[in-house]
Design a protein around this ligand. Structure first.
Ligand code: HEM
Length: 335
């Protein structure tokens, strides 16, 4: 054996017994995205969560209440251009619009002076994990075991019992009707943010986009008769007729409210104030549009709106970046 090949063999043997350096281990964000792929399968070119969706555009207009709470220029009263994405929960781009999963409303606002505000909101007031690490296990215990074609019931039971808070969102979605329209359901930001006004006063808050149309729902009979795809066309038809409007409501935290736990809703007695509106006036006729080749990173906020230290909120940005990287690479390969 030559010296070179001898060295190569020794290196290969060493690699077999030496643990991988930290940099080579999957980061939490990679594990989260891998767990999504494990449950939903690899769907080339698609978002790993909220995979089915469509793009729209419009504007946001803030009001004086918004200005009193935050110095962000988004509340100036001017029309702030919005890129929007509506979506259906889960990692399957061909999933059914009848699914009892969360609908999504993602918004990017382009403010003066080069600032941006990105949000990704869901049609439930709570999230399903309070710790980003639980996101991975939550999905893994629901992933079918290849041997049985079913999730391991013992593992699922043990996880659910150890983490009862992870069942709250599914219970909420089961109790509420499947939305008949993207324009007929409320979308919550879920995580807490800190609003800082021109006097440097701070207020922790959560927000909600409330449909002007009110809740739009179907009876169980009507739902059964529907095809799996109706939400995109419904939105196109509505907006062709007149803009779809959501009120932007801010819920103010009281002392003692959970700022770091998105599985817990705040009290019904918390003050809620209308701080602006989102107006959707154009919907993409197909699956293209400005929302496709981007991600909505909730840590991108303008001056006057600060992300809280909620660990779930803090974890989102890296996972969204990984999903974006994978799907853009795949989309290029598909061309
Ligand atoms: C540890 C926590 C979380 C992880 C790991 C996670 C993971 C992901 C990933 C990988 C995507 C796809 C991103 C892309 O390809 O652009 C995504 C999208 C999304 N997530 Fe999360 N997420 C988390 C928490 C949340 C929370 C708390 C909410 C609720 C407000 C939320 C709402 C959404 C929405 C609405 C989208 C779709 C955005 C769009 O239309 O582009 N996520 N999430």
């Amino acid at each position: 054996m030559s010296n070179i090949s001898h060295t190569l063999v020794l290196c290969a043997l060493a690699a077999m017994v030496t643990p991988l350096p930290v940099a080579a281990q999957a980061s939490l964000a990679e594990q989260q995205v891998n767990a999504l792929e494990g449950l939903f399968g690899k769907q080339p070119g698609a978002r790993r969560a909220q995979a089915k969706g469509l793009c729209a555009t419009g504007y946001f207009q803030g009001n004086t209440v918004g200005r009193s709470l935050s110095s962000a220029s988004v509340f100036s009263g001017a029309h702030i251009p919005a890129v929007v994405r509506f979506s259906v929960g889960g990692g399957n781009p061909k999933g059914s619009d009848k699914a009892r999963s969360a609908r999504g409303l993602a918004v990017q606002l382009t403010l003066p002076k080069g600032e941006q505000w990105q949000m990704a909101n869901i049609s439930a007031p709570m999230y399903f994990v309070r710790q980003p690490e639980d996101f991975v296990t939550f999905l893994q215990v629901r992933t079918p075991d290849p041997a049985t074609g079913k999730p391991d019931p013992a593992k699922l039971k043990a996880f659910n019992e150890a983490h009862p808070e992870t069942l709250l969102q599914a219970a909420y979605l089961a109790k509420n009707p499947v939305p008949a329209s993207f324009a007929g359901v409320s979308y919550w930001g879920v995580n807490a943010f800190e609003l800082i006004n021109a006097q440097q006063q701070s207020q922790f808050a959560r927000w909600q986009f409330v449909p002007q149309e009110g809740p739009l729902t179907f009876s169980d009979e009507e739902l059964k008769a529907l095809p799996d795809n109706f939400l995109a066309d419904d939105l196109r038809q509505r907006v062709a007729h007149s803009p779809v409007v959501f009120e932007f409501k801010v819920q103010l935290a009281k002392p003692g409210d959970a700022l770091l736990d998105p599985t817990q809703v705040w009290g019904a007695d918390n003050i809620e104030v209308p701080a602006g509106k989102l107006v959707i006036n154009k919907v993409s006729p197909d699956l293209s549009g400005a929302c496709v080749a981007m991600t909505f990173n909730p840590l991108v906020t303008p001056k006057g709106i600060q992300p809280s230290k909620d660990p779930v909120l803090q974890a989102r940005s890296a996972a969204y970046g990984i999903s974006l990287g994978r799907r853009l690479t795949e989309a290029n390969a598909l061309k």
